[in-house]
Design a protein. Structure first.
Length: 280
């Protein structure tokens, strides 16, 4: 199986073009290739293909083999993959179909190579039944005996935004935060029937937030594009930052998120790490 490893600010996946390669049991393959000791090492597997209408498709499998619906960092890399290989015919605006619907990308390219992309991530969803999340009284969620004010939102997959500078965490920074102790409890909370991605966020100023993320099926990752969108939207919606452009600072780098009440626009880099062939 020929593959390409790519990343968007540290959120790395193994990419396979299914028009040329056959992947049997992708859930099992994702677990194997994602292993950072016995595999290639990644946050998961992304299959790039085409549907009956000729649209490019993105199919996501997390590191534990579970299915993902949408990945903001991943879709930028899909855009890079198809552009760099001449599959777009030189077009820098492309549509990609995901399990969360159609996403349109505007690619930034130099010398025939895509270096970044802006993605129309669609409108955020706040309705509980569509996220999905069970109704929370006054927006509060109890996890490991502590009660948090949370903002549930879907950006194609479910997110739970926690402002970590406020009670009960009261953190000045996220540097020493032991996310591995609390992240799994949020992920498997009974309030989220499909489990959840959890963003721990601290506003830096009126246009900037810092964030760490615990992703369902993958654990802590260097970055999460849909999570950055959720964090920016939640911060804007609750008045913690200004409407418009918000810079989200993650472990792997920065993403620029724009939201003024309509679609969320995400801009960030995309890079190829290596290509190879998987024999297992």
């Amino acid at each position: 199986m020929k593959f390409t490893k790519m990343h968007g600010i540290g959120n790395d996946y193994i990419y396979v073009y299914t028009e040329e390669e056959t992947v049997n049991n992708p859930s099992e393959v994702s677990v194997k290739v994602s292993d950072r000791h016995k595999g290639i090492g990644a946050d998961g597997l992304i299959l790039i293909g085409k549907n009956a209408e000729g649209l490019f498709t993105m199919d996501i499998y997390n590191a534990d083999g579970s299915r993902g619906k949408m990945c903001g960092n991943g879709i930028r890399c899909v855009g890079k993959y198809i552009y760099d290989r001449g599959l777009t015919g030189g077009k820098t605006e492309v549509d990609i179909m995901t399990l969360s619907g159609l996403r349109r990308l505007k690619l930034s390219c130099e010398g025939g190579v895509c270096t970044a992309a802006t993605v129309d991530m669609g409108r955020p969803v706040f309705e509980a039944e569509k996220i999905p999340v069970k109704e929370l009284k006054d927006g509060k969620l109890t996890v490991l005996k502590d009660t948090y004010d949370v903002v549930p939102v879907s950006m194609g997959n479910p997110h739970c935004v926690v402002f970590a500078n406020e009670k009960p965490l009261c953190l000045d920074s996220l540097g020493g935060f032991e996310i591995e102790k609390i992240g799994p409890a949020f992920e498997k909370s009974e309030a989220f029937p499909e489990s959840v991605n959890t963003e721990f966020v601290i506003p830096v100023d009126r246009h900037t937030v810092s964030m760490r993320v615990w992703e369902r099926g993958s654990g802590e990752t260097m970055a999460c594009g849909t999570g950055a969108c959720a964090a920016a939207v939640a911060a804007i919606k609750t008045g913690r930052v200004e409407k418009g452009m918000v810079k989200v600072k993650l472990l792997g780098g920065d993403l620029d998120i724009f939201w003024d009440g309509g679609s969320v626009m995400m801009t960030g880099p995309c890079e190829t790490i290596c290509t190879g062939e998987w024999f297992a």
